[in-house]
Structure formats: structure tokens, C-alpha cells
Design a protein around this ligand. Structure first.
Ligand SMILES: Nc1ncnc2c1ncn2[C@@H]1O[C@H](COP(=O)(O)OP(=O)(O)OP(=O)(O)O)[C@@H](O)[C@H]1O
Length: 237
């Protein structure tokens, strides 16, 4: 699909976000521009994960229009979903590494699944993304030999492999100590500084206050946007 250099990476118009037949968020409207950093907040159960899942076509879009990375999500064909996901980096709170494979085997797996073929190019890219997250020397380690923060860095490296235009992160520091969370957050800021847009769900107001950026807030079935209105962050933990 054709994308133009100034198109937003995400564009949402009058969308309703559903879990089964329950509308979790109604009349959702926002754009995320190339290179933007956006936090997503809201109380537990307010719809953050449901919104993110809809953006990467894990939940079906039933009402409204969403474009992510140039793909129209309404009625998207299932064979196009892997192509959409290749344009995105998706990161969750729980590190989903294969525990019986080394770090490099974990990354090779994703590369093969997304069409990489040449071993020398794969090795170069793998080394490059691991360096970006400060784990250049960890290629042959097993996941259990890494701390939680290091495992999350590997997951971030894996998400960077195909140079995504948007990183979608669902509470990526949720299970980490504050100091480790700060280190992971700094990696997201560095990635963002090099031009990748980031949409990050978080409950951590400490991180938001230390690194302010635009905030989307799920509240009472609506999505509020700090770009167009003022709201209180303190009641969204
Ligand atoms: N798999 C599911 N099937 C049915 N309902 C679900 C499912 N997952 C979540 N829900 C419901 O959808 C609503 C929104 O949940 P969601 O997980 O999007 O919230 P959240 O803001 O991400 O919460 P948290 O901060 O706890 O992760 C809640 O009422 C929840 O119970």
C-alpha cells in the first residue's frame, strides 16, 4: 500500500473499540504523526490494551476507520495482517522470548518469519539492534541468564529489526524496578529521537512527569487527548 512521507502513522476516526460485543471506548479520534511520542493512560480496565490491540488488528475494528502504517484496518484481510505487523514493533509487559533458544536464535526466528534470507545481512542487523539496546555481547546467552530488564531490552531489539514506523508498547516497564524502568524508558526515548513514533501504555506517572509528552487518556468510555484538552493524570493509576 502506498504511504506518503507526511501521512500520520496512525489515524483513527469515529472508532468504537470493542471486546466481544461490549463497547470499551466510543467515538475515538486521534492521529499520531511520524516521530511523535505519545503516552496512553487510564485506570485498569479502561481500555488501553483493547485500543492497542485494535491498532495492530488483534481485535477487529467494527465501527469507524483506522489507518495504521498505511493499512486500512476495517475489513483487513487476514493475509495482510503480517504485513501490517511488520511495519510496527509490538512490546508487552511480559517478555515473550523463547526460553529454549539463545538471544540470537530468538532474533533470527523473527527475521526468518519476516522474510530475511541472507545470513550475513541478518547477522549485521541482529548485532546492530542488540547494540542499540546496550546488549552487544549477549548474542549467545539464554534468556534465563538475563535479568528482567535485560530480557525486556532483547524484546525491544527484536521489535526494532524491521525498522518499524511505530512502536506500540503495552506497559513495557510494568514489572520492573524503578531504576531498571528508567533505563528501559531511556531506550524508548533514544529510539524516538532517531525518528520512530512511540505509543506507550503506562501506569507510571513518575516516568511521564520526568519525560513529558502528549498523553491520551481512557476515561469513562472516552479517549481524551492532551493535545486538545486539559485533564488530570492523577486519577488514572
Ligand atoms: N479477552 C477479553 N475478553 C473480554 N473482555 C475483555 C478481554 N480483555 C479485556 N476485557 C475487558 O475489556 C475492558 C478493557 O480492558 P483492557 O484490558 O483494554 O483495559 P486496560 O486499560 O488495558 O487495563 P490494564 O491497565 O489493567 O491493563 C475491561 O472491562 C476488561 O474486563
Amino acid at each position: 500500500m502506498t504511504t506518503f512521507s507526511n501521512d500520520p502513522v496512525v489515524s483513527v476516526r469515529n472508532a468504537t473499540i470493542y471486546q466481544d460485543e461490549n463497547a470499551v471506548l466510543k467515538d475515538v479520534n486521534f492521529d499520531i504523526e511520524k516521530g511523535e511520542f505519545v503516552y496512553l493512560v487510564g485506570r485498569t480496565g479502561s481500555g488501553k490494551s483493547s485500543l492497542l490491540k485494535t491498532l495492530y488488528a488483534d481485535l477487529k475494528l467494527q465501527v469507524g476507520a483506522i489507518y495504521t502504517g498505511g493499512f486500512e484496518l476495517k475489513d483487513i484481510k487476514s493475509k495482510k495482517i503480517p504485513l501490517l505487523r511488520r511495519k510496527l514493533g509490538i512490546i508487552f509487559q511480559d517478555f515473550q522470548l523463547f526460553h529454549d533458544r539463545t538471544i540470537s536464535e530468538n532474533l533470527y526466528f523473527v527475521m526468518k518469519a519476516t522474510g530475511w534470507k541472507e545470513r550475513s545481512k541478518m547477522k549485521a542487523r541482529l548485532t546492530e539492534v542488540l547494540m542499540k539496546v546496550g546488549l552487544g555481547a549477549y548474542l549467545n546467552k539464554m534468556p534465563h541468564q538475563l535479568s528482567g530488564g535485560e530480557q525486556q531490552r532483547v524484546v525491544i531489539a527484536r521489535a526494532l529489526i524491521n525498522e518499524p514506523i511505530l512502536l506500540i508498547a503495552d506497559e513495557p516497564t510494568g514489572n520492573l524496578d524503578p531504576a531498571v524502568a528508567d533505563g528501559i524508558h531511556q531506550i524508548f526515548l533514544d529510539i524516538n529521537n532517531s525518528g520512530t513514533a512511540i505509543l506507550m501504555a503506562t501506569h507510571d506517572h513518575r516516568l511521564i512527569n520526568a519525560n513529558p509528552a502528549r498523553v491520551l487518556k481512557c476515561s469513562n468510555g472516552q479517549l481524551l487527548d492532551s493535545k486538545s484538552e486539559k485533564f488530570d493524570l492523577t486519577d488514572s493509576q
